[in-house]
Ligand binder design. Structure first.
Ligand SMILES: *[C@@H]1O[C@H](CO)[C@@H](O)[C@H](O)[C@H]1NC(C)=O
Ligand SMILES: *[C@@H]1O[C@H](CO)[C@@H](O)[C@H](O)[C@H]1NC(C)=O
Ligand SMILES: *[C@@H]1O[C@H](CO)[C@@H](O)[C@H](O)[C@H]1NC(C)=O
Length: 597
């Protein structure tokens, strides 16, 4: 236990050299769970390329995202919490008129200003109803991929079933030209395009390639789990048939990571490329859009504020950065200032992200971040915040999806391939050896893997675990209790008071969003069965955000008494202290505290 909590560090084999304007290849997986990479998981689902990148790179072991696609990707591209943009909660539906406000500056825009060529391959997912929401108008020089949440892996069609009629059409573009002449597996064509971008890139210009996979999200249109057929034999030993299909989506994506690294080596760019591999959020093991991914041993699934939804896979690699495991907090909003800093720039706008470039370079062991607004959703009525060791969750929860899932998916029919052999035979393993002279020390790899193995702390059959209600939330010490099973709400009233006040303050400050209502004008049948923007930039919106609902936690008489008991000077001092931390929003929070019932 103590060994586990201690910070593990490898001897510095490579001194961290000065890195100047590295190429940046940012790879995002969609709905990949914590337990779906083999450096976290069992020997069941093998991801030798991603694992090799991790063993030679920086593993971000407390990397937090939001609970689903749109909020997470909005935060990644803007460096701001999704709640400041109306991007929180349920992802944008295919026929919903919503997107990141055009006044926001996105990561590709910053990088372009710093001389980068900016390329998006794959999923966008943060708005497409109007031209000003599209990637080409948000800083990307080139775009090849899909604009919505998910598409079928072979027809690239997106379906919106939320209307009286079902809307369907092609959502796949080369810049904004519909791609009508393809029928190969989506992962194959995205990988091929990413490799082409690298091959055709003039390396005297820094490259930013954002490769945003559809995998392992469900296709969702015609069928859910659609791996490439040739991936099935790699996973034939996995007992659960749907887990096996899911595994095919993951292993083909893992191979894609290998192909991209090989292309960088071929072009002599690998030596100065920063490669990031992350998932956008946890897996939906059960429930809506379930893909049989697993977040085990974390609690919950995608679209909840539990760790399973928001503690995601994250690796950063550069040939000159010493490998290690970073156990401090890192949030999806931190990529914007961190990558801009890596590219030699500075972000002057007010954002929530923290520049953690020195952490990645291992120049700074002082934690750069102490707290994270994990997720806030005023429509479903919940909010969660991490502060130091502690995590508070408030809201009106249903009884669904609050457990620990995925253990039943781990069975194998017979012996799995030997991890070591698969690892040493990975494409990245070969490329690192041949191009950079980097050899994997298999013993160190095993030590690292064991150091971050959370399953060994899992005791199982947890009974009566806390689920928030409007009368009472839950409070956990995540450092001691990563599985969120020991509620400290009643035993830590001071922490509860402090953290719930901070959540109230964020709540009062959020940019309310509209209900996920379909716009009937979006129907692609009107545009040749292609999902093209259907509104002018200045068109009137048909949906309005409803008034902000009340914070989903009752004010206790104890809290009111606490305020009444404070003499006015003391109160002022406390409020001033909060203001210095949180700005003007605290005033709204205190107001809302009194106006609530
Ligand atoms: C790459 O760009 C540099 C600088 O703009 C230029 O001098 C060089 O000719 C280019 N190389 C190719 C192969 O286009
Ligand atoms: C993690 O620990 C569990 C329980 O001790 C063990 O069964 C599993 O094989 C370990 N996994 C890895 C990847 O080391
Ligand atoms: C959380 O648990 C850790 C490990 O047991 C302990 O060191 C730390 O003091 C706890 N934090 C708080 C705020 O109670």
């Amino acid at each position: 236990m103590l060994f586990f909590l201690n910070c593990f560090s490898l001897p510095l084999i490579i001194a961290s050299a000065e890195i100047y304007k590295p190429h940046i290849v940012f790879i995002v997986a969609d709905d990949l769970g914590w337990d779906d990479v083999s450096f976290h998981g069992s020997d069941q689902l093998l991801t030798p390329n991603i694992d090799t990148l991790m063993y030679h790179g920086v593993c971000l072991n407390q990397y937090y995202t939001d609970a689903e696609g749109t909020p997470s990707r909005s935060a990644m591209f803007t460096g701001k919490y999704a709640m400041r943009l109306g991007a929180q909660g349920i992802s944008i539906k295919a026929s919903e008129d919503r997107g990141i406000p055009p006044t926001e500056r996105l990561l590709p825009d910053y990088l372009r200003e710093l001389g980068y060529s900016t390329n998006l391959v794959g999923k966008w997912g943060i708005g497409k109803s109007r031209p000003h929401y599209l990637p080409s108008n948000r800083g990307f020089d080139t775009f090849y991929g899909f604009l919505g949440d998910a598409v079928d892996y072979f027809t690239y069609n997106a379906i919106d079933k939320s209307n009286a009629a079902t809307f369907y059409g092609l959502d796949f573009f080369d810049d904004m030209e519909p791609v009508e002449n393809e029928n190969r597996h989506l992962t194959t064509i995205l990988t091929e395009k990413a490799v082409k971008v690298i091959r055709e890139h003039n390396a005297s210009t820094p490259l930013y390639l954002h490769l945003s996979h559809a995998a392992p999200h469900i296709g969702g249109a015609l069928a859910d789990l659609q791996p490439p057929l040739d991936s099935l034999k790699d996973n034939e030993y996995i007992a659960h048939p749907l887990r096996r299909l899911f595994a095919g989506l993951v292993t083909s994506m893992d191979k894609s990571v290998g192909n991209v690294v090989a292309a960088l080596a071929e072009r002599d760019m690998l030596q100065n490329t920063l490669i990031i591999f992350v998932s956008d959020n946890g897996a939906p093991t059960v429930g809506a859009s379930k893909n049989y991914g697993s977040n085990f041993p974390f609690r919950g699934v995608k679209s909840t504020p539990w760790e399973g939804a928001v503690r995601s896979v994250a690796v950063a690699w550069h040939a000159s950065i010493p490998p290690r495991i970073h156990k401090g907090l890192f949030h999806v909003t931190d990529w914007l200032p961190t990558l801009v800093s890596a590219a030699g720039g500075r972000v002057k706008d007010k954002i929530d992200g923290v520049n953690q470039w020195d952490i990645i370079l291992n120049k700074d062991e002082i934690p750069q971040r102490n707290d994270i607004l994990i997720s806030i959703d005023e429509l479903r009525g919940w909010a969660a915040l991490r502060d130091g060791d502690m995590k508070i969750i408030v809201g009106d929860f249903g009884q669904n999806y609050n457990g620990h899932y995925g253990l039943n998916l781990k069975q194998v029919k017979h012996n799995t391939p030997f991890y070591e052999d698969v690892l040493l035979d990975s494409e990245i393993g070969h490329v690192f050896k041949e191009t950079l002279g980097l050899f994997l020390d298999i013993n160190l790899a095993y030590v690292k893997r064991s150091d971050i193995n959370l399953t060994q702390l899992y005791e199982g059959s947890y009974k009566d675990i806390c689920t928030p209600t409007k009368a009472k939330g839950c409070l956990f010490n995540i450092s001691a209790d990563p599985f969120e099973v020991r509620d400290l709400w009643n035993s830590s009233p001071e922490i509860v008071k402090h953290l719930s006040l901070r959540l109230r303050s964020f709540w009062a400050d959020l940019q309310p969003r509209s209900q996920p209502i379909s716009d009937l004008r979006a129907n692609p049948a009107k545009r040749g069965y292609v999902w093209l923007p259907w509104l002018e930039n200045n068109a009137q919106s048909v949906v309005q955000a409803p008034p902000l609902p009340a914070f989903p936690l009752k004010v206790t008489s104890d809290e009111v008494q606490h305020l009444v008991n404070l003499n006015i000077d003391d109160f002022r001092t406390k409020v001033n202290k909060y203001i210095s931390i949180m700005g003007e929003s605290i005033r709204l929070s205190v107001e809302s505290l009194f106006s609530l019932h």
